[in-house]
Design a protein around this ligand. Structure first.
Ligand SMILES: [Zn+2]
Length: 73
């Protein structure tokens, strides 16, 4: 296993971490309902992607989260 030869100084460490700032996600508007939507994602409001409906309206109304279908045991 590779081992660092020299200890990273505080200045070098902090200069590296200075670029780790979190930024707000870029949002595009949905071409159908014009609501903010992440690029390359299905619209959570109308459930469409690339002009066609991917998620039916019943599922699209509920917030997309969790989705645990794990029935173990
Ligand atoms: Zn939409």
């Amino acid at each position: 296993m590779a081992v660092p030869k020299k200890r990273t100084s505080k200045a070098r460490r902090d200069k590296r971490r200075a670029t780790h700032k979190i930024s707000a996600p870029r949002l595009n508007s949905c071409p159908r309902c014009h609501s903010p939507r992440l690029p390359h994602r299905v619209c959570p409001v109308c459930g469409t992607y690339a002009g066609r409906e991917v998620i039916s309206h019943e599922i699209a109304e509920q917030p997309a989260g969790g989705g645990s279908a794990g029935a173990e045991g």
